[in-house]
Design a protein. Structure first.
Length: 364
């Protein structure tokens, strides 16, 4: 979600403890594993328009014929609203974990039916990730919560101001990485951010911090266990750029860019420049081999079918297709948007119409 919207909203949010609200959950759910099923569908996460009073929604997508069903969450749950400003979700085990920033909520949903299995209160959840039998939730109050997926017990630690994204690396015995943006402290140059916190998942402690660029956001990992971070900069003197954190902790520059995705041996990067006066956007793209970070000079997205204002990249784990969520232009965040779909070679396949301000896709 646009940080400017979140910064305005956070002052209105009350801090809430991380507590379960439903006592009827299955006491012995299936332990999660790395999900490798064949994908038959997906849910597009539409953030809605906070200032316009439009709640978020989910659009169900059949990836075999591109058919869509709007308001899938509301339909599956008796007309209940998804909430205010849902964030990127994770499919882990048999469930989808969906944080809703403006509603101080984490939905635990049946991945096949979208029916609510748990309603968990968490303060301003920004990001979620599943690993090691746990789900980790980063909150804008500076905390990281570890949720046991078998019994929903939770433990919370402080990681730093305004954590923005979570990733996991199998290297060094398995570690959780959390980008610390200090995004509300822009007047002071994001002084207490500029780092990635590294957490040991079982003992659940911060074991070290790694210095990175200003205002770090999205994180992804490659198959070798390296971590890539979008340093969003200060929107003035430091422009958004991509950095790589090696398994030994060395930080190197990769390229300019604002969105990331990792699949197989490739790292995908999308960058864009928005012109709000005429509602146009210039989009560029690139791919690198993971590990040695060699630029694939013959790879790019179809230049005749580029997203109008890209917001997120997600990869279909079955066939490697790229799903790029997009607003309808730089001024289109209050209007229905689209998801642009490309194959792994960057060739355009389909444009899907969806709800207001699409912000990501989770596969089922």
């Amino acid at each position: 979600m646009f940080k400017s919207i979140k910064f305005a909203a956070i002052a209105l949010l009350l801090c809430a403890g991380f507590t379960a609200c439903d006592d009827n959950d299955d006491p012995q759910p299936t332990p999660p594993t790395d999900w490798q099923e064949n994908v038959s569908g997906a849910y597009i996460i539409n953030q809605g328009n906070q200032y316009g009073g439009v709640d978020g929604s989910l659009t169900a997508l059949d990836v075999t014929n591109w058919g869509t069903t709007e308001n899938a969450f509301k339909t599956a749950n008796g007309g209940m609203s998804l909430g205010d400003s849902p964030q990127a979700a994770v499919h882990y085990g048999s469930k989808i974990y969906l944080p809703v920033f403006g509603s101080n909520k984490l939905w635990v949903l049946n991945a096949k039916t979208l029916k609510i299995e748990k309603d968990i209160t968490v303060s301003s959840p920004e990001a979620v990730y599943g690993a090691k039998g746990y789900v980790f939730v980063a909150s804008n109050d500076g905390n990281l919560t570890r949720l046991d997926t078998l019994n929903y017990t939770a433990k919370t630690i402080a990681v730093g101001p305004n954590p923005a994204s979570i990733a996991y690396s199998e290297a060094n015995g398995g570690e959780i990485f959390v980008s610390i943006s200090d995004g509300y402290n822009y007047q002071n140059g994001y002084a207490n951010g500029k780092k990635v916190a590294v957490v040991q998942p079982e003992y659940f402690t911060v074991v070290r911090n790694i210095a990175v660029g200003t205002n770090p956001g999205q994180l992804v990992s490659d198959k070798e266990g390296n971590i890539y971070v979008v340093a969003r900069g200060d929107y003035a003197t430091e422009m958004p750029h991509i950095q790589r954190i090696s398994t030994s902790g060395e930080v190197t520059e990769l390229c300019g860019g604002q969105l990331l995705a990792s699949s197989g041996s490739k790292i995908y990067v999308v960058d864009f420049t928005a012109n709000y006066k005429d509602n146009t956007c210039t989009v560029t793209s690139a791919a690198y081999t993971s590990g040695n970070n060699t630029l694939l000079t013959d790879w790019h997205l179809d230049s005749n079918n580029l997203p109008a204002m890209p917001q997120a990249i997600n990869i279909n784990p079955t066939n490697g297709d790229l799903y790029i969520s997009s607003d309808d232009g730089p001024n289109g965040y209050a209007r229905p948007g689209f998801v642009y779909i490309y194959n792994a070679n960057g060739q355009f396949k389909q444009r899907i119409s969806t709800g207001i301000h699409p912000f990501g896709v989770v596969f089922k």
